[in-house]
Design a protein around this ligand. Structure first.
Ligand code: NAD
Length: 516
């Protein structure tokens, strides 16, 4: 079944990419499930990126002049089409990433949810605001939001539908045009989704896609756009921030994590283990918000590790294009190398393997068992480095202060999780964790799915946020417009200046008295 389903019409999808005239080198793309090449992606050059950005720029002002209700209609239609045709895109996501269908489905839910949220809320979030004028009655002041123009979106391979589309949607609804650069591994998912947006009524030129290798195409895009939305590793994020700084364009960076989970003594063991199995092994651990460190109160440490390891061993690995398997494949040989290097290093330095620890070539070239370690210490790579694979270290703790201290002892601050029956106390603990999101009795979906609230990283996990008001306001610049009435605020020439100065002084005192 796999071999027949793995043949979508990829050449047709390339019609949604922007390619200048002339030959293009092609990058062969392998399916993680089998290792076979399933398609080729054109390597964009300078003329392609120039064409995409100039088309986007030419289309932007007419798009910004359309009504909010017109824009909202397009994204609500996209929402409906995506839910109706989810099986098509689930196949492509699985083909390109190797993830299990149950994990790919999370991308459908979130993409539809974000689309609906901004379609419904954008007009209100971006409405012009009356601000207090310099002097009441004399100055009428408005704050309006102006789109940047052309926004570049650089997208990673791990959530290829979700991160391609949900960052582009608020940029578009705010009146920008977008040039997207998906990761070369997952180009076809992005192209399919862009095709669906066009089918939903989005004018073709306001959303352009450039394809190819990020290290080459990314800098060309950065030279041309007015704002950059980047999602990827902290290392590349720093490389993106530099030219953005030199050009003085805004940027929003969603970067890596080394996310902790804290299990308090009173937590329900069954629920916590269930949460950990999902939070650690979703997408084979290749999720920015997945859990890589678990701190368990010493009184329940043994019971937790035993049950967690038993659960991990029972997870079904596989390459099925349906909901029958629990965990899929790693996506690239590069990820496999990192996972194997971290596991080898931990074993070599004396960590104790509780589950997994092996590659599963009997299933496919990049499958790796859900892997649990105890006894990990500072000397080991997996202690502080992001593994981005199905590997987690479990540590005992004695006091809550100790657990919070260890959760915070990292360069990252993306996501965290606390498990306890005392949710009021957990909210207070959450405030002590330096992390953009903290989930209580969940690992990441509770915060990630709350699209009305901002989602972003602290410390080296990022700058800026997606979701909520922040997730759309960031694609606009505030502009203040003030109308001065009756009396000018500058003092006129001649002796009348003194009278006016006195008048303004009285007004100032009155404002103080009236608590304005
Ligand atoms: P990556 O940094 O290697 O690549 C991300 C994107 O940047 C890709 O599209 C790539 O082609 C492009 N790119 C590569 N070099 C570039 C350059 N010099 N200039 C501009 N663009 C360039 O990251 P990855 O390995 O693809 O993704 C995994 C990382 O992303 C992990 O660290 C993960 O935690 C992080 N991530 C973060 C979030 C979040 O929301 N915070 C979400 C998903 C992934």
């Amino acid at each position: 079944m796999l071999s027949t389903r793995l043949k979508p019409p990829f050449a047709k999808l390339l019609a949604h990419a922007t390619l200048a005239e002339g030959p293009h080198e092609e990058i062969p793309i392998n399916a993680p499930f089998t290792g076979d090449v399933f398609g080729c992606v054109p390597a964009a050059q300078e003329p392609d990126v120039e064409l995409a950005t100039s088309r986007a720029r030419a289309a932007q002002s007419a798009w910004a002049a359309t009504s909010f209700s017109n824009r909202a209609r397009i994204f609500l239609r996209f929402h409906d089409l995506l839910l109706a045709r989810q099986d098509e895109i689930l196949d492509i996501i699985q083909l390109e990433t190797g993830k299990a269908r149950r994990h790919a489905f999370e991308e459908i839910l979130d993409t539809a949810g974000v689309s609906r949220y901004y379609a419904r809320r954008a007009q209100d979030l971006l409405r012009p605001l009356r601000r207090r004028g310099a002097f009441p009655l004399l100055t009428k002041t408005l704050e309006v939001r102006v789109p940047y123009g052309v926004v570049g979106c650089i997208v990673p391979w791990n959530y290829p539908l979700n991160l391609a589309i949900t960052d582009a949607i608020p940029a578009l609804i705010a009146g920008n045009a977008v040039v997207m650069k998906p990761d070369h591994q997952t180009t076809f998912t992005a192209l399919w989704a862009v095709g669906l947006l066009r089918e939903a009524g989005l004018p073709a030129d306001v959303l352009q896609v450039v394809t190819g290798d990020g290290a080459k195409v990314g800098p060309m895009l950065l030279d041309r756009v007015d704002f950059i939305m980047f999602t990827g590793s902290t290392r590349t994020g720093k490389m993106v921030a530099k030219p953005a700084g030199e050009r003085l364009i805004g940027c929003s960076l969603e970067l890596g994590g080394k996310n902790p989970m804290i299990v308090l003594a009173d937590a329900s063991l069954d629920r916590t283990v269930g949460g950990a199995l999902h939070g650690c092994f979703v997408g084979a651990g290749q999720v920015c918000v997945s859990i890589e460190r678990i701190y368990v109160h010493e009184s329940v440490f043994g019971a937790f590790v035993a049950k967690f390891a038993e659960g991990a061993r029972a997870l079904k690995l596989g390459a099925a294009l349906d909901y029958s398997v629990d965990v899929g494949s790693l996506t690239s040989p590069r990820q496999l190398q990192t996972v194997e290097a971290h596991v080898r290093d931990a074993l070599h330095r004396g960590a104790k393997l509780q589950a997994g620890g092996k590659r599963r070539t009997d299933i496919g070239p990049l499958f790796y068992e859900p892997t649990i370690f105890t006894g990990v210490d500072e000397s080991m790579r997996m202690f502080a480095e992001e593994t981005f694979g199905p590997v987690v270290a479990v540590y005992p703790f004695t006091t809550v202060d100790d657990a919070i201290g260890r959760a915070n002892a990292t360069q990252f601050g993306l996501n965290a999780s606390i498990w306890t029956r005392d949710t009021a106390a957990a909210i207070e603990l959450a405030k002590r964790i330096r992390s953009g999101s903290v989930n209580i009795n969940d690992t990441y979906i509770a915060t990630w799915g709350s699209v009305d609230a901002p989602f972003g990283g602290m410390k080296e996990s990022g700058v800026g946020c997606r979701h909520g008001a922040e997730g759309i306001l960031k694609y606009t610049e505030p502009q203040t417009i003030a109308v001065q009435r009756l009396v000018p605020l500058s003092l006129p020439p001649g002796p009348v200046a003194k009278t006016q100065a006195r008048f303004l002084t009285v007004v100032m005192k009155l404002m103080r008295y009236l608590r304005m």
